[in-house]
Design a protein around this ligand. Structure first.
Ligand code: RTP
Ligand code: MG
Length: 173
């Protein structure tokens, strides 16, 4: 199996495409933010990821340093909310994960819901558990490039585990 962060290509799936002709197995970076941890929502978030059929291939609880926070959110450096964002994300422990599955990047973004929880669809994580854009529970990578970059920022390659699930044939056709 050839592995590259953000994208996973199993020998058996090489060349396989989904119905839109897109490649399939992806890895995405997911993080339960400090408000999610302090509101005891870690289990609920993980449960949704598992129930969807996705696979957690790395996970750890950490305190994010200001330096890591600034690098993680560097695309927002010039935004007016940047300082508050860094303060928020460094305010307590987070649970960082790498999640793998078919089209995992867009699938998890859909599960997370819109940035502003007030506009997020009920049924999404933000839609069900949050109200304020500055306290929106969860982060997920928004593209293949972001996923690759963020996984590399938070995890060493030896922290990402490779294993098979016994129900793979029931999750994937
Ligand atoms: P995330 O990166 O955390 O998954 O969130 P996102 O893609 O849905 O939203 P993004 O635009 O990347 O914004 C990153 C985080 O910054 C905070 N934010 N505050 N006050 C504001 O207008 C504002 N806009 C964004 C949110 O915590 C958002 O998740
Ligand atoms: Mg974002």
């Amino acid at each position: 199996m050839r592995e590259e962060h953000g994208k996973v290509e199993k020998e058996s799936e090489k060349g396989q495409m989904d119905r839109e002709g897109k490649s399939m197995m992806e890895r995405t970076f997911v993080m339960v933010k400090p408000d999610g941890v302090k509101r005891r929502l870690i289990g609920k978030v993980i449960e949704r990821i598992e129930l969807k059929g996705l696979k957690i291939v790395a996970m750890k609880m950490i305190n994010i340093s200001s330096d890591l926070a600034e690098r993680h959110y560097e695309e927002h450096r010039e935004k007016p909310f940047f300082e508050a964002l860094v303060k928020y994300i460094t305010s307590g422990p987070v649970v960082a994960m790498v999640v793998e599955g078919r089209n995992a990047i867009s699938v998890v973004r859909q599960m997370v819901g819109k940035t502003n929880p007030a506009e997020a669809t009920p049924g999404s994580i933000r839609g069900d558990f949050a109200l304020d854009i500055g306290r929106n529970i969860i982060h997920a990578s928004d593209s293949e490039n972001s996923a690759r970059r963020e996984i590399d920022l938070f995890f060493n390659s030896d922290e990402i585990l490779s294993y098979t699930m016994p129900d793979d044939e029931w999750v994937y056709e």
